[in-house]
Each structure stands twice: as C-alpha cells, then as structure tokens.
Design a protein around this ligand. Structure first.
Ligand SMILES: Nc1nc2c(c(=O)[nH]1)N[C@H]1C(S)=C(S)[C@@H](COP(=O)(O)O)O[C@H]1N2
Ligand SMILES: [Mo]
Length: 299
C-alpha cells in the first residue's frame, strides 16, 4: 500500500463550529435558531486535519480501481474541463450548468469535516466548496420534489474501473431533499485551498459529513430532483449491508463488522482506535432530520 503512516495526530478532535458556521449563516439567519444555538463556549475545539498527502493518496474511487492507491495512480488522466453538471427533474430551470459558471455564482467556504468511511477508517478534511442548497436554488426546486439523485461521470476511456463489472456504472447516490438542503451538506471543489485532486472527485463532489463516505459521490455530472427515493449504488449491490440513509452510527453495526470504533488515517499503525461518534459528531445539527425514525431499520 502506498499510504505513508504518520504519527502526528495526538489529541481528540472536536468540531470547530465556527469553521463551518460562516458569517453569512450567522448574520443572515439562513441556518435558523437551531444552528445559532450551537455557537457557544466550550464547543470550538481544534479539529486537526489530515495532511494533503494522506487525503490524496488513500482513496476510494472504484472508477479507477479498488485499491486505496489506485485512484492516485490512475485518475490523473481524467479530463475535468470542460465540465457540465446537468440539473434536471423537478426544477424550474433545468439544463447543463457549466462548472466554471457555477463556481462564479456560488459562495465559496472552507469546511473542516470529519470523514468516516463505512470500512471504519476516518480522516479530517479541510474542504473548500459551497452549500448544495445554493446550487439547488440556482436551478429552482419545484414543490413536490422530495429527493435529490446524483450521478458520477461515465467515461470508461478515462476511467479504467468502468471497463470492469465492479459496480453498476455509473455510480449513483441520493439524499432526501431536507438532507440535501442542510447547511452542512456541501459540494466540494477543493482541499487545502487547492482545486480538488482527481482522485478525490474532481472537479466537484458531494460531501455529507454525518453519513458514511460512500454517500459522498465523486465527479458529479448530474443532479436530478425527484419525488421518489432514487436507487443508490452500494444499496443496490448490498441492500442488507448498505442502506439508503447510511448515517454514521456507532450503535448499528455493519453485518460483517462493528461500527463502534474507527481508525484515523495518519494515527500510526499501533494507535488506539477511537470511538465513532453518533452522526459522526454532527448529532446536534442533524438528529432532528431523523426524529421518530428507527435508525436500526433505516441504516
Ligand atoms: N463515483 C464514486 N464516488 C465515490 C466512491 C466511488 O468509488 N466512486 N467511493 C466512495 C467512498 S466508499 C468513499 S469512503 C469516499 C472516499 O473519498 P476520498 O477518497 O476523497 O476520501 O468516496 C465515495 N465516493
Ligand atoms: Mo467508503
């Protein structure tokens, strides 16, 4: 494995609320009273990001192979300009949106988020990007829309994994509309202030920090608003193992392994596993989305 182990993460990570709760949200009240209440003393601690090297060399991107170092090795050849995102379905302004035009219209922010893969490894990533809600507003979501479906580029000439029947291509994902509109949900276009590397899903990928990593679909070319729950790649392949919701939950084990703890990449080979946090540490922000739902059934 190409991954280089480091031993530089020594203290516990707690979300710095102010890192993602930006001025616009606080002043404009966009996030509402619930989020404003979370900016309080004692909650803004240091969340130490993983290194650029770690974030860009240990990846899951099966379009480029199933090994953790395959994406870094093979994704360089992916052409990411021009790039359009088709936004269609239940929207007022369907069409092909040019990536660079989107970038000019969106408010760019840095969000330092925990990232937890269903395989039990985790990282902390300093993303750059914009709120998905703003992109949805650009297209104008119609009444009656309840879900958002996402699709990754299908281009086997540049994505060698797509020439093999590893997954049902293209990779697809989905969110409930309220999850998609949540202020924590972003489209990432960069890391550490640099454009998103191809292996991390260039030029833009979804990031939903309270869900397992497989929900955070890479290299998105299509976003469709629908009134029915869309099919999602891992759920289609293994419905008993990977649900539609895929919320990080230490109390609901994967059928083949525990989800109670995780291994922080870069923590060193012999570092202690750390407890996995409910909703990956974003419980205060997102638990209300799932009020009354049985999280064991809706895994
Ligand atoms: N299109 C696509 N998106 C994808 C994947 C993939 O194989 N193809 N892997 C997912 C999984 S399982 C994880 S953990 C994250 C990994 O993101 P990272 O490599 O940037 O850490 O991407 C997700 N998005
Ligand atoms: Mo994952």
């Amino acid at each position: 494995m190409a991954h280089r182990w480091r031993n530089d993460l020594t203290h516990e990570d707690v979300t710095p609320r102010t890192a993602w709760l930006n001025r616009r949200q606080i002043i404009g009240g966009l996030a509402g009273a619930g989020l404003a209440a979370m900016v309080g003393p004692g909650r803004a601690e240091t969340l130490e990001p993983n290194s650029w090297e770690e974030i860009t060399s240990y990846n899951n991107f099966y379009e480029f192979g199933t090994g953790k170092s395959d994406p870094a090795e093979n994704a360089g050849a992916l052409t990411t300009r021009p790039w359009t995102v088709r936004i269609d379905g239940m929207v007022d302004r369907p069409g092909d949106y040019d990536f660079d035009t989107i970038m000019r219209k969106m408010t760019m922010e840095e969000r330092i988020y925990r990232f937890r893969c269903v395989e039990t490894w985790s990282m902390v990533v300093p993303w750059n990007g914009f709120e998905l809600a703003d992109l949805l507003d650009l297209a104008g979501v119609q009444d009656g829309a309840r879900y958002v479906a996402f699709e990754t580029l299908f281009r086997p000439t540049e994505m060698p994994g797509q020439r093999l029947p590893i997954l049902d291509w293209p990779y697809v994902e989905g969110l409930r509309l309220d999850e998609a509109r949540h202020p924590l949900t972003i489209m990432a276009t960069g890391i550490y202030g640099k454009p998103l590397p191809n292996q991390n899903g260039a030029p833009l990928r979804l990031v939903v920090p309270w869900k397992y990593g497989f929900k955070s679909i890479k290299s998105v070319v299509r976003i469709t608003l629908t009134d029915t729950q869309p099919p999602t790649t891992w759920n289609t392949i293994g419905p008993d193992e990977y649900g539609f919701y895929a919320n990080v939950n230490p109390n609901v084990d994967h059928p083949r392994w525990s989800q109670a703890t995780e291994r922080r990449i870069g923590g060193g080979l012999f570092s202690r596993r750390k407890p996995t946090l409910m909703f990956n540490g974003y419980e205060a922000e997102v638990a209300s989305l799932y009020e009354g739902m049985d999280l064991k059934k809706n895994y």
